[in-house]
Design a protein around this ligand. Structure first.
Ligand SMILES: Cc1ncc(C[n+]2csc(CCOP(=O)(O)OP(=O)(O)O)c2C)c(N)n1
Ligand SMILES: CC(=O)[C@@H](O)[C@H](O)COP(=O)(O)O
Ligand SMILES: [Mg+2]
Length: 588
């Protein structure tokens, strides 16, 4: 790997001394460096490649970190990280104790706002700009870089709506590459496309009508034009908007041609760009695919089923439903709140929406779950993907809160299958007829079944608890796929006096079985791959404290802290819910 201009001493003040030609070389080197590292260390690729010139131009023109720069989502900020003193550590990106894959305030003074969930940047910079004004600082600039998919979210519009009537020194840069993770959707996308084609000057009016000074569209890979525009906007006061056009994956042929796959491609050959295929054979199915394929099977027979995803068709495997029943499957863009209330509206009219949302992003739609769905007891099936620990995306993306935030909502069934077959049967059972919403949570990654999971469907009884082991003194109660760790741990421990029960349902909790368990055992250990406070462990502990106060309970799961980026295995270990930790508990 060579660097001439890009090197560890490079800082924004050094960048300012470079000529335009040198900046162009820097752009080339930055791309090569990102490609080389991401090829082996993995991570998000296409988005960062697309904003290489923008990253350089921003640090060249603005006085960062004095001027405050916020990257929306932050998956495109690798160039920014490399230009702000993190080149030496970039190979640790997303690894345990390494740098985060997203901007993070404690990591660098150049990371002015922690990000990971989309569409927060405009509100954040407006808040900063208003604070600067109140503190009497009128020359500071506050810049949000937001993508075309992220700007379509309600929250971004709320920020624009407020920003337009402020006289805050804010600059919103729309990085328009016409794609999110999957192709962008919605009317705004069409609107932006027509502006690019020069057909529709109305978009200027749309932004202008919100009282922003509008500039663009500008070629976001043309450094000279970018610098020129930014220099002009730097001098201007008040709310400003710059529309730039870029290509996601710019500079790597495959990433430009297959933008969905190269959003976060996994390992690839840095020279050829070809993906490196795993040589593992006989892999279990991914939970997302069990969901996606089962949904199609169910939808073939049950005409009331519809599918909804907010901007994650590939990630959630809603793509299967979209291909099989295009008129019954909806990608609504980054709009979790809308997705949930849309589902509620459909449910009032007799449809059965399967609303697939990552656990972490469902947090956005909390009020809608309570107010629009549960309160009205509407039959919506929340298919909560990426529930539990998610690995390298880290603290912003952990799906560890859902049991806690859903557990307190009345009129809601919460299920956590043990494996692919149970997930499939829960999806099946939900469409047999439900009189309230269901939430079915399942994790990122692959299942545990070595044989086919595509068995005949079996109805699951609400409140189902499965006894895996009978013991006499001690018992482990698990919910969800983490129960497989318990099963494996017991396989290598003989003659133990431990029992093990898997609770398919966290809500309603099967009190009858729980009572029998409590009468039989003296010590209870609960385990879950989510937060203990408010989670499965808390619910069990509450029950036991009330009715069997003599029983000793220990809760395993995520304690009161955010779990940072690492492999999922390392995160399990950190939380004490990996197989070895469980073995230790049962042996000791
Ligand atoms: C609230 C929320 N929902 C979904 C996501 C998942 N997500 C991450 S990046 C992304 C697409 C962003 O597209 P865009 O804003 O156009 O940026 P680009 O990747 O094209 O640079 C999505 C849907 C998220 N981070 N936050
Ligand atoms: C940046 C972002 O939010 C997504 O790209 C996320 O990283 C996707 O996660 P999965 O890899 O689990 O689909
Ligand atoms: Mg985009």
């Amino acid at each position: 790997m060579y660097q001439t201009i890009l090197n560890h001493t490079l800082t924004p003040s050094a960048i300012k001394k470079l000529t335009l030609e040198e900046l162009k070389v820097l752009a080339q080197e930055l791309r090569e460096f990102i490609i080389e590292v991401v090829a082996t260390k993995e991570g998000h690729l296409g988005a960062s490649l697309g904003v290489v010139e923008l990253s350089i131009a921003l640090h060249y023109v603005f006085d960062t970190p004095y001027d405050l720069l916020v990257w929306d989502v932050g998956h495109q900020a690798y160039g920014h990280k490399l230009l702000t003193g993190r080149l030496d550590r970039f190979h640790t990106n997303r690894q345990k104790d390494g740098i985060s894959g997203f901007p993070k305030r404690e990591e660098s003074e150049f990371d002015t706002f922690g990000v990971g969930h989309s569409s927060t940047s405009i509100s954040a910079v407006l808040g900063m700009a208003i604070a600067s004004k109140i503190k009497g600082n009128h020359d500071k600039q506050h810049i949000a870089v937001i993508g075309d998919a992220s700007i379509a979210a309600g929250m971004a519009f709320e920020g624009l709506n407020h920003g337009g009537v402020s006289d805050a020194n804010m600059l919103v840069i729309l990085n328009d590459n016409a794609i999110g993770i999957d192709p962008s959707v919605g009317a705004l996308k069409d609107y932006l496309a027509s502006v690019k084609q020069g057909k529709n000057p109305r978009v200027n009016n749309m932004i202008k009508s919100l009282h922003f000074r509008y500039e663009g569209p500008v070629d976001g890979h043309d450094l000279a034009s970018l610098i020129r525009e930014l220099e002009l906007l730097k001098k201007a006061k008040g709310p400003k908007f710059l529309h730039i056009i870029t290509t996601k994956g710019k500079g790597l042929k495959q990433a430009e041609e297959n933008q969905v796959k190269y959003h976060a491609p996994g390992r690839f050959d840095s020279k050829t760009g070809e993906l490196i295929k795993s040589n593992q054979t006989n892999l279990s199915e991914k939970y997302q695919d069990v969901f996606g394929k089962t949904l199609v099977e169910l939808a073939e027979h049950n005409k009331s089923i519809v599918g909804i995803t907010p901007a994650m068709p590939t990630g959630s495997s809603m793509t299967y439903m979209m291909q099989a029943f295009p008129e019954r499957a909806f990608d609504v863009g980054i709009a979790e709140q809308h997705a949930v209330t849309l589902a509620a509206g459909m449910a009032t009219q007799g449809l059965l929406p399967y609303c697939a949302i990552y656990s972490t992003f469902l947090q956005r739609a909390y009020d809608q779950i309570i107010h629009d769905v549960a309160l009205q007891k509407l039959p919506v099936v929340f298919c909560i993907d990426r529930a539990g620990l998610v690995g390298e995306d880290g603290a912003t993306h952990q799906g560890v809160f859902d049991i806690a935030y859903l557990g307190c909502i009345p009129n809601l069934v919460i299920a956590a299958p043990l494996n692919e077959i149970e997930l499939r049967n829960l999806l099946y059972t939900a469409q047999l007829g439900i009189d309230m919403p269901w939430a079915i949570r399942y994790p990122r990654g692959r299942g545990v079944m070595k044989d086919s999971w595509k068995d005949n469907f079996t109805k699951i009884t609400i409140g189902n608890v499965k006894e895996f082991r009978k013991g006499n003194k001690f018992v482990i109660l698990s919910t969800g796929t983490i129960g497989n760790h318990v099963i494996t741990a017991f396989e290598s421990c003989d003659n133990l006096d431990w029992g093990h029960y898997h609770f398919t349902f966290v809500k309603p909790l099967n009190k009858k079985v729980l009572e029998e368990i409590c009468k039989h055992y003296q010590r209870v250990v609960t385990i879950e791959d989510g937060v203990i406070t408010g989670g499965f462990g808390s619910l069990i502990s509450q029950y036991i404290a009330q009715y069997f106060p003599h029983i000793q309970v220990e809760n395993l799961g995520v304690k009161d802290s955010f779990i940072e980026h690492a492999t999922v295995g390392e995160q399990y270990e950190e939380c004490g819910i990996d197989i070895e930790s469980i073995k230790k508990i049962i042996k000791e």
